[in-house]
Design a protein around this ligand. Structure first.
Ligand code: GNR
Ligand code: NI
Length: 171
C-alpha cells in the first residue's frame, strides 16, 4: 500500500472538477488498490474522509469513516445527493487546509446514491457528522473547499496563515 500526498490550499489542482468513474472499471485491480491507498492515507492523516481530488486523482469518488473505532469504511463512487432536508452548522476542518477550522452550514439529513467498491449501486440515508462529511467530500469533487464559504477576506487570511506555517516548517 502507498501513502498518497494530500494537496493543500491554494493548490490550483484542488479546483479541478472530477469526472465520472466508468462503473465497469470499479472491479479493476488498479482502482481497488487506489481505494486501499486512499483509506490508508485517510486513517494515517488522520481524517474522517478523503476525496480523490485531494490526492490529485480527478475521478468522482471518495472514502469516509466517521466511526470512533475506525472500523466502518465507506466508499462512494459517482455520488449524487437525491434528497436533502434542513440545516446544521458544524465547525469543519480539512486535510487540504491544515490547522484551520470554521463553521459551515450544510443540509441536516441527506439521501445519497452512489456505487460501492463492489460495483453495486446503493442508496444511504445520512445525518449528523456523516451527512456533513459526505457533503464536504462531494464539494471536493466539484473543486470546492470549505473555506469558499468564508468571506474573501477570511480566505485570504487563511492563505497567508498556511503560507507562514509552511515557511516555518520548511526552515
Ligand atoms: O478529517 C476531516 N474532518 C472533518 C471535520 C469536520 C468536517 C469535515 C471534515 S472532513 C476532514 C477530512 C477532509 O478534509 N476531507 O476532505
Ligand atoms: Ni476536505
Amino acid at each position: 500500500m502507498t501513502l498518497l500526498t494530500i494537496l493543500e490550499f491554494p493548490d490550483p489542482r484542488l479546483r479541478t472538477k472530477a469526472q465520472p468513474v466508468d462503473p465497469a472499471r470499479i472491479a479493476d485491480p488498479d482502482f481497488q488498490t487506489r481505494l486501499d491507498d486512499m483509506f490508508q492515507t485517510m486513517y494515517e492523516a488522520p481524517g474522517i474522509g478523503l476525496a480523490a481530488s485531494q490526492v490529485d486523482d480527478h475521478r468522482r469518488f471518495m472514502v469516509i469513516d466517521t466511526s470512533e473505532e475506525k472500523n466502518q469504511p465507506l466508499v462512494f463512487i459517482n455520488p449524487e445527493i437525491v434528497k436533502a432536508d434542513g440545516h446544521q452548522v458544524y465547525q469543519e476542518g480539512c486535510l487540504s487546509v491544515p490547522g484551520i477550522f470554521a463553521d459551515v452550514t450544510r443540509a441536516d439529513t441527506i439521501t445519497v446514491k452512489a456505487y460501492g467498491r463492489d460495483g453495486q449501486a446503493f442508496e444511504l440515508d445520512a445525518d449528523g457528522l456523516l451527512a456533513i462529511c459526505i457533503q464536504h467530500e462531494m464539494d471536493h469533487l466539484e473543486g470546492k473547499l470549505f473555506v469558499d464559504y468564508l468571506s474573501a477576506l477570511k480566505r485570504e487570511m487563511v492563505r497567508k496563515k498556511l503560507e507562514k506555517a509552511r515557511r516555518n516548517s520548511a526552515a
